[in-house]
Each structure stands twice: as C-alpha cells, then as structure tokens.
Design a protein. Sequence first.
Length: 178
Amino acid sequence: MNARGFTLTELLIGTAVAGIVGAIALAVLWRAGLVAARAHADVRIDADAWLALAAISRDLRAASQWRGCLDSDACAIGAPRRVGSSIVAGNVQWFADDGLWRCERKEKRLRNPWVCDRFLDSVASVQFVADLRRRNGWAIRRDYGEGDGDRAKAIEVIVWTRKSRPYSRTTGLHERAH
C-alpha cells in the first residue's frame, strides 16, 4: 500500500503562504474601503457647500434690503463671538462661526430679536463680496461692509469648506424682491 499525502512541512508552508495572501487581500480591501469612504465624504462636503450657496442665494433674492458687515462686534448679533463677515438680507442673517449659521429676526421690538441656528458644520468660513454702484456710474468690487448700505448691484457669496475649497455664487440686484 502506497499512501499519498502531505508532510507536516508542506502543510505548514501552505498555511503560511495562504495567510500571507489573505493578509494582502485584506489590506487591499481595507484600503479600497478607506478610499471609498474618503470619496464619499468629499462628495458630501461638496453637496453641503452647494446647499449653503443655494440657501443664502434664496434669502438674498427674497429680501427687499441687503446690509453687509465686516469684522465688527455688531455684525452677527446673537453670535457667541466676533465674526469676520456677515450679511443681513431682510429678516435673515448669515455668518460663519465654527460652522455656517442662519438667524431669523422674529420680532423687532425685542432687545435681541435674532434666533440663530447652526445651518451646516462643513462650512469653515464665508465671505460676501459686493459689486457697488458709484456716483459716476462705475462699479467697484470689495467685501460688503457696514458703510456700503444697500448700494450693492450684486453679491458674490464665497464659502470655504473645512478642506479649504472655495465655492461661490453671485446673486444680482435684478433677482431681488423689490
């Protein structure tokens, strides 16, 4: 009788090779999962930026008056701390302070009539750039501040995500409610 089988050495070597191949396959699949998760997170951040721009643009179009504010304590009334840039569009105010915030003015008679809610966490900062009319017919482009009043012909809203990517959208005076 002649039995054919594997020796213990052959079984150990086979098991070691199978373990190495399995570990490589597991590492490749794990890495592919990380890449897919990162890509999904990037898509989510992009979608949040476009959502923020659409919501701010909607409020700008619906407002009968625009007011800008730059680096002032009075910019974002109701904000927990000083913010760099804010805009008031009618009864709505937008600013970024550890996320994008949207405030609504409920009653004008109250001492602090603004009720603020965090709108999106993925927005790191926001900037409002205005095309301003001058008396001579020319227009200048600069950050929208307190002294600019309601003279803006258009406002470009620029949001930066936490990955430092800028997104922008412009809303013109002709789109605004009058």
